[in-house]
Design a protein. Structure first.
Ligand code: BT5
Length: 266
């Protein structure tokens, strides 16, 4: 049976101080990030969550699109962080996604730099952080999270080769409400720790990245680099060991493991 989401079922006895005190649900929207940005511009309280049953114009990074049919989780969080906290938002969000999936399903997701959550080698979730910054002031930041939960990726040939869903992995449906609740709790813990100056977020994120130690091909702004993904910095950038032994820093980009690239080209 199809699960109908309700803000009451998500917020009831959640126990959070900030995240999800207010939940707004729409059956169908273009993009929850767009609605969350409108909420932020209107001064919505911090921690407001916009959730959709499906998105018709879901967005990825770099003007790519994100598919969110019914059975997905598509939600966006409204936050008002400090500038120095911005790079940590993707860390807090990706860890919260991975840990909530693990807690609710028993699967063991891994993180792929910079913003993917994988089960096995396939993408199960993507995260899009958008912020408006003026000088040293952040007007708002919106964290958009998409998770493939109860739909068949085989029905969407454009993503099927590299994507998976939780139900597809488990062979049974997962409660959207339970996963969203756990996600909000996992995120709040990390966000409040970040605000309090807690330092373990970066280490936890770094240690969960399956990309590190691998030979990778990085595409960034039309530029392609090949090397070993050596580590990540506290600001979230990737440190790449080049074939000549030097290190370069990649701030944003697309990473492919070399062996996958080779498979693609055959
Ligand atoms: C992302 O972009 O992974 C960020 C996705 C963020 C989606 C959330 S949903 C709630 C909120 N509202 C929005 O409008 N967006 C956020 P990127 O790394 O650029 O990956 C996009 C690429 O992933 C696409 O070009 C496809 O190849 C692939 N893709 C699209 N939909 C997918 C899906 N459902 N599962 C796996 N891969 C997908």
């Amino acid at each position: 049976m199809k699960e109908t989401l309700s803000p009451e079922a998500i917020t009831r006895n959640l126990g959070n101080r900030l995240i999800g005190r207010r939940v707004i649900f729409y059956p169908s929207v273009t993009s929850t990030n767009e609605l969350a940005k409108e909420e932020a511009r209107r001064g919505a309280e911090e921690g407001t969550v916009v959730i959709a049953g499906e998105q018709t114009g879901g967005k990825g990074r770099l003007r790519r699109s994100w598919l969110s049919p019914g059975g997905s989780i598509a939600l966006s969080l409204v936050l008002y962080p400090e500038v120095a906290e911005l790079p940590s938002l993707i860390m807090a969000a990706s860890l919260a996604v991975a840990r909530s999936i693990a807690a609710v399903t028993g699967l063991e997701p891994r993180l792929k730099w910079p913003n993917d959550v994988l089960v096995g080698e396939r993408k199960v979730s993507g995260i899009l952080v958008e912020s408006q910054v003026r000088g040293s002031r952040v007007d708002y930041a919106v964290i958009g999270i998409g998770i493939n939960v109860n739909f068949k990726v085989a029905d969407f040939p454009e993503i099927a080769p590299a994507a998976t869903s939780l139900a597809g992995e488990l062979g049974e449906k997962v409660s959207l409400t339970a996963l969203i609740r756990r996600l909000l709790v996992e995120f709040e813990g990390r966000y409040l720790a970040l605000k309090a100056g807690g330092g373990s977020l970066y280490e936890e994120w770094r240690d969960s990245l399956s990309t590190l130690g691998q030979e990778v091909r990085v595409e960034s702004g039309g530029d392609v680099q090949v090397g070993i993904a050596q580590s990540v910095d506290r600001d979230g950038s990737l440190l790449l060991r080049n074939p000549d032994g030097s290190l370069s820093r990649v701030v944003a980009g697309e990473v492919r493991l070399r062996h996958q690239t080779e498979q693609d080209s055959t």
